[in-house]
Design a protein around this ligand. Sequence first.
Ligand SMILES: [Zn+2]
Length: 296
Amino acid sequence: MTISFSGCNSDNSSNSHMTDKPAALSPAVSHPHYPYYPSYRLEDLCDKEIDWKDIKIYVHIEDSKILWDYKQYRAEIFGHVRDFFRENLIDCRIVYSQEKLSPFQSSNEFGVEILDSDVRMRERFAFLLTGINFDPNETKLLLERKGYAATRAGVTLINGGLEEFKEMIKSGDMSIKEVEDQYPGTYRGTTVRRYLFKGYAANICHELGHCMTLAHPGKLSSLVSDYEAETPNLMSYQNPVFSKKNSIGYCLTPLQQKLIHSFIAGGNNYRAFLYSERDLDIYLESVAQENKLSAE
Ligand SMILES: [Zn+2]
């Protein structure tokens, strides 16, 4: 399939005079096309209402038998992803892609690549960011993570599959059926399978949260904490607590909702992120500075 990555946020019109720039002089990666320094004040970053918005998520599941469950149950897993966003008034369309993804350049399109190992995740991370002065050696940091957000590309990379079965599936020592038979029971009030798949979905949503500027609780002088009442925050590392309102067991605070709604609508938060070269650390430092918060 062919994917069009043309941006569809409505804020590009004022920059049309810049499009005549010779290609050779264009920066390799999306350069902030807002020439002025944007406001990073939290109240300015929350400039859009929390009402229904649409996003599109392109999904590529790597061809690997380790990822059999992502392939076989993708509707169920990404159904949980959609449920989470719907709970936050975001309607999300999932588009499956046979092709690997390319960087996205708009405020409401994102990518998710499901890969079969941390090494593959590292390789894809380096590849997606090539051309922006990236030192591939730094990708060592990614080892042993279950996911990583290539925020500059708007793509979330997931180290898919169940770690404890990976080697045996790869070697053929265990059939898929044997793996499935390992989790027929129930756990924490749901089936083991559903618990796992909601966990997969939460991992994906967490990394997409980073792509939309969300930080871990504790950052920015702990503006966001690990829990809201009983429910853990999506950006925390806590175990899920399922409820009708929080189907995958995690929530967002009103501040986080405002930030992502501004982002998706191409509002001030999106502009500030572009100005930060879509780098979460640079963005967070500016937010910390301008709001007199600690970045850590
Ligand atoms: Zn994270």
